[in-house]
Design a protein around this ligand. Structure first.
Ligand SMILES: Cc1cc2nc3c(=O)[nH]c(=O)nc-3n(C[C@H](O)[C@H](O)[C@H](O)COP(=O)(O)O)c2cc1C
Length: 340
């Protein structure tokens, strides 16, 4: 496997103060259910994420399930500062689960999901349903603040028929003790479709300086930096990082940092090497079937723009075991080349 060059030619020299944490940069990996498992978090940390989120983790699962949910709390050695994101429909369930999670925790902050629009979460009174029950949402923040870690609720833009405006909701969360509010500029009804509203982020960042972390439609370095220029102390990279795993590095370079050119114009052998490392690490952690699944999820973005990548993906689709898929990727060196 080709050795990886260091990401940076010179260390990042200006730390970012984000929601009670001092981070190397303001570029964070968003919480992504089904994606931000520990090996993926390590992968994105190696590519420039200054902090990472877990997937959203069910408090009911932590309290009453058979241990499968507990495994979602694992952190691997070498992970950067990590935020554990919890979801629950009421303050008691949240507080009881959080007590268990936050005892001697390696996590640096705790997130509360008040943004998820999916029916299975809403029907438990959790996720974005909490935006309709602001008093419960504020009580949840207050309950976690007592446990000592910075609390980062994640919310969406409030539509007009909700009890509070986005500004009132943010204010209530901050007054309850939240260190940072992560704001996704889509309403719950939009789910992940349509454009994210950048103006609501601009308005909230102006109203609550240094307290609003931006989320929504971050696919390019200029979109990420645009949010920082609005006064957000940090920005969440989500689908954009999956679509282009080099987005963190490219954004750091766009911000003026001295990033190794291999991560800005990645050659095929570096991409293959990263893919092999990722597949090996997911496979080692969760087995060869899941290893293949995650590798396929990241492949399109990893090999995007290379001649031969579509053929490679078609070949990859035939394999559901990482051991076999690994061989296919390893041998792809000769058929992948940069488009001129
Ligand atoms: C597959 C997927 C899973 C997600 N899982 C979570 C989650 O567990 N917790 C959360 O707060 N947001 C979750 N989100 C929302 C993202 O963190 C982010 O706010 C959203 O995708 C908007 O950013 P984007 O338009 O740049 O992708 C998820 C989004 C997607 C697409």
């Amino acid at each position: 496997m080709t050795p990886l060059p260091p990401l940076l030619n010179a260390p990042l020299s200006v730390p970012a103060e984000v929601g009670g944490l001092t981070l190397e940069s303001p570029l964070l990996l968003a919480p992504l259910a089904g994606i931000t498992i520990p090996p993926l978090r390590l992968f994105f940390a190696g590519l420039g994420a200054a902090a990472v989120h877990t997937e959203m983790i069910s408090c009911a699962g932590l309290l009453w399930s058979n241990g499968k949910t507990d495994a979602m709390l694992d952190l691997l050695p070498g992970e950067p500062p990590a935020v554990v994101q919890l979801f629950a429909g009421d303050r008691d369930t949240l507080a009881r689960a959080a007590e268990k999670v936050l005892k001697d925790t390696p996590y640096k902050a705790v997130g509360i999901n008040m943004a998820c629009p999916m029916p299975k979460v809403l029907k438990k009174g959790a996720g974005s349903r909490l935006m309709k029950r602001p008093e419960e949402a504020f009580a949840m923040v207050a309950a976690l603040v007592k446990m000592g870690l910075p609390v980062w609720p994640k919310i969406r833009k409030c539509p007009p028929d909700y009890p509070l405006t986005t500004e009132e909701f943010c204010r209530g969360l901050l007054d309850a003790g939240a260190s940072l509010v992560c704001l996704h500029g889509r309403t719950p009804a939009q789910r992940y479709a349509g454009d994210a509203d950048r103006e609501i982020i601009r308005e909230m960042a102006a109203e609550f300086p240094g307290r609003i972390c931006a989320s929504g439609d971050v696919y390019t370095p200029s979109q990420a930096v645009g949010y920082l220029e609005m006064g957000c102390p940090a920005v969440l990279l989500a689908r954009g990082a999956v679509a282009d795993p080099f987005l963190f590095a490219k954004t750091l370079a766009f911000m003026g940092h001295d990033v190794h050119n291999s991560y800005i114009n990645p050659p095929p052998d570096l991409r293959i090497s990263l893919m092999l490392r990722l597949g090996d690490s997911v496979s080692g952690y969760m087995g060869p079937r899941i290893g293949a699944l995650f590798a396929k999820r990241i492949m399109a973005g990893m090999f995007k723009g290379l001649r031969g990548s579509a053929a490679l993906r078609r070949k990859a689709a035939e394999h559901s075991c990482w051991t076999e898929l690994r061989g296919v990727i390893e041998q792809s060196d000769s058929c992948l080349e940069r488009r001129e």
